[in-house]
Design a protein around this ligand. Sequence first.
Ligand SMILES: [Zn+2]
Length: 289
Amino acid sequence: MRWRGERQSGNVEDVRYEGSARRLPTGMKLGGGMTLLLLVVGLLLGQNPLQLLQIFLQSDIGVSTDSQPRPRPAGDDEAAQFVSVILASTEDVWGKMFSSAGQRYPEPKLVLFSDGIESACGMNSSATGPFYCPGDQKVYLDLGFLKELHRLGVSGDFAVAYVIAHEVGHHVQNVTGTERQFRQYQSQARSQEQANALSVLMELQADCYAGVWANHADSQRHILEQGDVEEGLNAAAAIGDDRMQKMAGRRVNPDGFTHGSSQQRVQWFRTGMQSGDINTCTTFKQAEL
Ligand SMILES: [Zn+2]
């Protein structure tokens, strides 16, 4: 992909190096352990612990009671910049599409995290992979997941772009009301199989939206290079539930699918990519709901 020098998004919230606690005002950082330590040190030095505490609070070197900020591993920033450029591209594409329909596109935030995060959708470990939370309109992405993709045989920057575009596709479903409709359908589902089938339709539509993005991103900024689409399709195929199940050593069981088969994901990504029109992403219509 040709992405260097392109605009980066202002909507990335990078919390990878913050430790588990958000930064608190200095005075609030003193935990019981630290207070006890100051008390002991104060007694040992023959000083008034309260005075020591006072000095400590004024010095702005408070220690978080939770984990410390982590050091940045080298080479990670390139990946973070890439993510930011792709998010900016989705903003441009969807912003233009919404405004040509006379609407405003509410841009989602993208949270880069590591080792689990608290979202409006609950606590998620990085093992769950990237996800979109409709409650806070944020895409959550752990760069560690990209290593997992690598393990599945997916490589290349477009594959990563596809994953982001898919999550942004869920955001589009949310702000256009499809998500609400989906919840309603799902609450009326008569069986787990039916509920799963509905989830598959949501996922395939998000794949189709990722394809729509790829189409427009390329015509707006010529970001695609030879082989990029194959990379995207490879990613779509690799993350298909049938492949996942096979890799997990289970028999492929279509009723348990929540993302769609590799073949379905490729098909819908291609549909969106070729048409560049969200009206072709008719996964629900085709299921005759
Ligand atoms: Zn999805």
